[in-house]
Design a protein around this ligand. Structure first.
Ligand code: 0L1
Length: 265
């Protein structure tokens, strides 16, 4: 009798990626076994989040990836993607992040938005101005990413399935949402132990980070994500990501917006 090879199911792939994250052990890219497809990749991501929820985690928001050209080039991909963040990934501003939970983590500065009740994708509002009015806070943020794939290499489908490499995030002080319109082209600095590691501008995020609001709505309705009041939206990296140090103090600042920091150990 000839052997029949079947494509692995969404559940099998989600289990593999979830276990890779929990054991901090990298796995081969899913695409090595054949093309996955974007629909299946998002199904795997949702299945991973369901596994995390069954362990008691709560979804706290969404994150966009590859909203910056520099970042997309760094990783060799060419489209914006959406991922899920949970309460277990959140670290307090100035708090501690345990690097040993990761495989090969990197860190990047971002702009975060706090979504208000009007942000729901079912609501009528669609233009950029109205979406900006639907946020209730804006803050500087740090995102820690950690690909569960060997050598931090992946295709677009791979990284979507791997929940867009989400590993941790830190939100600085929330400020008045009206400030969001004014920070379209502000200097961004990422420092490690007081030394400059990366510098850039908020304009690297889609030309103006507020454009992430419309992108998030579009991607959320296309790929089955809920956007609810009180959720955080991470708009995507404003600079290339840098390797997270073994230990140290990482701080990001966005001119006119504020600072956010994390201790790594
Ligand atoms: O901000 C970003 O563009 C995050 C991308 C996440 C995917 C990755 O680089 O691993």
């Amino acid at each position: 009798m000839s052997a029949v090879t079947e494509a692995p199911t969404v559940a099998v792939l989600a289990h593999a990626l979830d276990e890779a994250q929990r054991s901090a052990t990298p796995i081969e890219q899913l695409s090595a076994g054949g093309q996955l497809g974007l629909g299946a990749a998002y199904a795997v991501q949702h299945a991973i989040i369901a596994r995390r929820q069954s362990r008691g985690e709560a979804v706290s928001g969404v994150k966009l990836g590859f909203t910056s050209l520099a970042k997309a080039r760094q990783m060799g991909v060419d489209d914006i993607i959406i991922g899920t963040i949970t309460d277990a990934m959140r670290v307090d501003d100035g708090g501690r992040f345990d690097r040993r939970a990761c495989i090969h983590p990197r860190i990047e500065p971002e702009v975060a938005y706090l979504l208000g009740p009007e942000f729901d994708p079912e609501s009528e509002i669609a233009d950029e101005r109205a979406l900006a009015d639907a946020i209730v806070g804006v803050a500087p943020a740090l995102e820690i990413i950690d690909s569960r794939y060997l050598d931090f290499r992946f295709s677009l489908d791979d990284v979507v399935a791997d929940n867009t490499s989400a590993a941790g995030y830190v939100i600085g002080p929330w400020v008045d949402p009206r400030l969001a319109a004014e920070i379209g082209n502000r200097g961004v600095r990422l420092e490690i132990d007081g030394r400059l590691a990366e510098t850039g501008s908020t304009a690297a995020v889609l030309g103006h980070p507020l454009r992430a609001l419309a992108a998030a709505r579009r991607l959320a309705s296309a790929h089955g994500f809920a956007l609810r009041a009180g959720m955080v939206l991470l708009a995507g990296a404003a600079t290339a990501a840098v390797p997270l140090p073994q230990r140290g103090f990482v701080e990001a600042s966005i001119a006119g917006l504020g600072r956010v920091a994390v201790h790594v150990d």
